[in-house]
Ligand binder design. Structure first.
Ligand code: CTP
Length: 417
């Protein structure tokens, strides 16, 4: 793969009509700081949220809006507009814009340019969480992914409409790094082509009865980001996922599982692979019995006295150790994660030795506030390997995933076939 600088490349940014449109002003500024030319189409709805003057001032280019552009064909037609860019980015991509794209409508400048482009298209959706999870949006999303459009997934949190949930425009930093990554390579990110990789992600749920289970706080974000980054470099990625709220990244095969035992079976069915990344927060224990009917309170509550009960637990398979010591199909590279709340590096080093994997990625999950690692968007890791350890600065899970994917590609590339 030839790496080239993103500087000097051009982005056509289509700004849709959502409250997050104001974040595009920062995005334009950041892209320009990296030497990227930004030409913007502002939809009629987008112009309700940001002014053409603000956009043109920051991009230092004329802004194209339906008002004058549709009568302006002689100066810059929609075909030229969409072809002169190296990449087309839609941010925020509203439910309406996504629906238009999925159906191939071309009734305004933005949709016409999107239909006419021959360049990679990236979209960063942003909308109310009900709209995001609506079956119509799900259908459109699937169509867009099948059409080869890359989705920069929205985050979760407080939405401008006052609700809380998924649908918040991805962080500007994450949109920026995705775009930079895509522009940086003339044969984008294909150094893992031909490599098969398995990623486990998310929590496992260990049922006690049909309605109750043991679980943990894992959101699956780091594992999904890694699967996305590896697939973007051309790897054939199987993502074996416990229950999460996340969308399957583009060009990734997802196998949904619930329990640790199902996760191990799915891994066994995926072998052989070149690399295995165990990012899942697998429950170490499962209830010894799984009742077929909902468990009932079996005691008579006595006034003023707290009752006690017990759950018998049995040990789950350790998937990372099993893969690391696999008799027939030990992957060339096995990577585990150590989520710790104390003595981070000591526990991580013990795990590296005990499980027999090649790298352990240590992360401190002791903090449970707003910026907690578990469930949050940021992470800070130290990679422990046979020859030492490397501490990386705190950054978004997407950026960490991209850096890890690059390191995995370098490691696999250096190994004898
Ligand atoms: N792991 C696994 N199967 C298990 C438990 C853990 O594959 N049954 C993997 C995780 O995916 C992670 C690594 O092992 O890559 C470490 O997981 P962690 O929960 O931190 O460690 P444990 O082995 O469970 O040890 P402890 O609970 O004592 O910290």
């Amino acid at each position: 793969m030839t790496t080239v600088s993103a500087s000097g490349k051009r982005v056509l940014l289509i700004i849709g009509g959502g409250i997050a449109a104001y974040k595009c002003l920062d995005l334009i500024r950041r892209l320009k700081e990296h030497g990227i030319g930004v030409r913007c189409i502002l939809t009629t709805a987008g112009a309700e949220f940001v002014t053409p003057l603000a956009v043109s001032s920051l991009s230092a280019e004329k802004v194209y809006t339906d008002l004058f552009s549709l009568t302006d064909e002689a100066e810059m037609g929609h075909i030229r507009l969409s072809r002169e860019a190296d990449l087309v980015l839609v941010a925020p991509a509203t439910a309406d814009l996504m629906a238009k794209m999925a159906h191939g409508l071309a009734n305004d400048l933005a949709s016409t340019a999107l239909l006419a482009t021959d360049k990679p298209v990236y979209i960063a959706p942003s909308m109310n969480s009900q709209m995001w999870t609506h079956p119509a949006t799900r259908r459109n999303l699937e169509t867009l992914q099948n059409d080869g459009i890359t989705i920069i997934p929205p985050g979760e949190g407080d939405l401008a409409c006052g609700e809380v949930g998924a649908g918040r425009l991805a962080e500007v930093q994450d949109i920026l790094s995705t775009v930079l990554q895509a522009l940086k390579h003339d044969n984008p990110l294909q150094d893992l082509r031909g490599r098969k990789v398995l990623v486990t992600a998310g929590p496992t749920h260990e049922p006690m009865d049909p309605v109750r289970f043991i679980a943990n706080r894992s959101s699956g974000k780091q594992g999904y980001a890694l699967a996305a980054a590896l697939a973007a470099r051309g790897a054939d990625v199987t993502l074996i996922s416990g229950p999460t709220m996340l969308d399957c990244p583009p060009n990734v095969t997802r196998v949904n599982v619930e329990t640790a035992q199902q996760m191990q079976t799915a891994c066994a069915e995926t072998l052989p692979v070149d690399a295995a990344l165990c990012v899942a927060a697998v429950a170490d224990w499962r209830p010894a019995q799984r009742a077929t009917q909902k468990n009932k309170k079996s005691f008579a509550p006595a006034a003023g006295e707290e009752q006690k009960t017990q759950i018998d637990l049995v040990e789950n398979p350790d998937i990372l150790a099993w893969l690391s010591q696999h008799e027939h199909h030990r992957p060339s590279l096995v990577i585990g994660f150590a989520a710790e709340t104390e003595d981070l590096l000591q526990h991580a080093a013990d795990k590296l030795a005990r499980k027999g994997c090649d790298w352990i990625i240590a992360n401190d999950v002791s903090h449970v506030g707003d910026d907690a690692v578990m469930g949050g968007d940021n992470n800070q890791i130290t990679i422990l390997h046979r020859d030492g350890q490397d501490k990386w600065p705190r950054s978004s899970k997407t950026v960490i995933a991209e850096k890890l994917a690059a390191r995995i590609a370098a490691q696999l590339g250096a190994m004898p076939e």
